[in-house]
Design a protein around this ligand. Structure first.
Ligand code: ZN
Length: 368
């Protein structure tokens, strides 16, 4: 079975490279909208070959696109109109953002010295990048697919589709769904409806103490305050690392051998329009990535399989009848009451149940 996830790396361009990336993004956006108009006014062309004949030379000359980029623009626009036609829409497609699919090896690649090489208007450029929290995708077991260049609030990211063939382990006797959060660091449920709740209060308190201390030291700004800050961050890191070791150990002991552990994939959480509070905290936190890494690492030594599923709606869907609505959940009382069938439970438990169910579907080859 093939697993496809998105690795999100942050690029670190120098000033000259920034300009090259921005110029490329702008040119592609203009080229897309130009091509879209030509396709629209030629009776909604949705064939790549026809569209390429119509615009290829213009894209090369007017927009200074390289041959590969020009073809890519044609292919994006052709597929947009193809899907519009199948939906019986006949409006002009407008591209508000640059949409360009970089193909691995052809348009981007990784160099031996740890840089990413990307095609721009003029030439290929080599950039430094950060993989924080995404290290698993660079362990050599994943195949890189198409990538998208994202420019957001002055920063550049590359979102890379990563694929891996995974073995279907038929010996799985227990499936565990794990919901990660703040009130409970983890809530887990297994195949026999056993629960494991790991309380987060104490950790939350200690972390907020660190945050307060850090803020006051930052405000002081003196040399001695800076020294203290460094010591403090070391101490906080060690504290959270210890917590993560304990939590991952407890979760895997709960799971036992020959089990399937299902976690939330929070890689794409930024793409969702509204981000729940708990994710707002988690996605910024290196501690969450570390916990996930510990779970995966320890599981690999215990014949426990770990998969991640899309967390969307896992806190809103009723596990009994499937009715999904945000009113099902009461954040104040931490209860979940289905508006349709009245099924009631603790809200953290619901997350774990839904994650578990998604994991079972995914594992059986049904897209969750
Ligand atoms: Zn229900």
């Amino acid at each position: 079975m093939e697993l496809i996830l998105t690795a999100k790396i942050k690029l670190l361009p120098n000033e000259e490279q920034k300009k090259q990336l921005i110029d490329t993004i702008k040119a592609i956006k203009l080229a897309l909208n130009y091509t879209s108009k030509i396709a629209y006014y030629n009776n909604l062309v949705s064939s790549f070959n026809k569209l390429q004949k119509l615009v290829y030379n213009d894209l090369r000359k007017q927009f200074s696109l390289k041959s590969q980029m020009a073809c890519n623009v044609c292919s994006v626009v052709a597929s947009t109109y193809k899907s519009m036609k199948s939906n019986q829409e006949n409006t002009l497609a407008i591209y508000k953002k640059s949409k360009f699919q970089y193909s691995y090896n052809r348009d981007y690649s990784f160099t031996k010295d740890g840089l990413v090489s990307i095609g721009t208007l003029n030439k290929r450029i080599k950039l430094a990048f950060i993989t924080k929290g995404q290290e698993q995708y660079f362990d050599g077991s994943w195949n890189f697919g198409t990538a998208t260049l994202i420019y957001k609030k002055g920063k550049f990211y590359l979102h890379i589709a990563c694929k891996k063939e995974i073995e279907v382990n038929n010996n799985i006797t227990n499936v565990i769904g794990i919901d990660l959060g703040m009130r409970f660091l983890a809530t887990a449920i297994d195949s026999k409806s056993n629960h494991l709740f790991i309380r987060g209060n104490q950790v939350k308190q200690i972390r907020s103490k660190y945050i307060k201390l850090r803020k006051s030291l930052q405000a002081q700004g003196t040399k001695s305050a800076k020294r203290k800050l460094k010591t403090l961050s070391g101490r906080e890191n060690r504290f959270m690392t210890n917590v993560n070791h304990c939590v991952s150990k407890a979760l895997l002991n709960f799971a036992g051998e020959n089990s399937l552990v299902v976690l939330e994939d929070l890689t794409n959480i930024n793409l969702y329009a509204s981000v729940q509070n708990k994710y707002r905290y988690l996605r910024m936190s290196w501690a969450f990535s570390q916990l996930k890494f510990f779970i995966e690492y320890k599981a690999s030594m215990k014949n426990i399989k770990v998969i991640t599923v899309d967390p969307k709606y896992t806190s809103q869907a009723c596990p009994k009848c499937g009715f999904t609505h945000k009113n099902n959940r009461n954040y104040q009382t931490h209860t979940f009451t289905c508006c349709k069938c009245k099924y009631t439970s603790n809200d953290d438990r619901i997350g774990a149940i839904n994650i578990r169910q998604k994991g079972i579907k995914y594992h059986n080859g049904i897209t969750a």
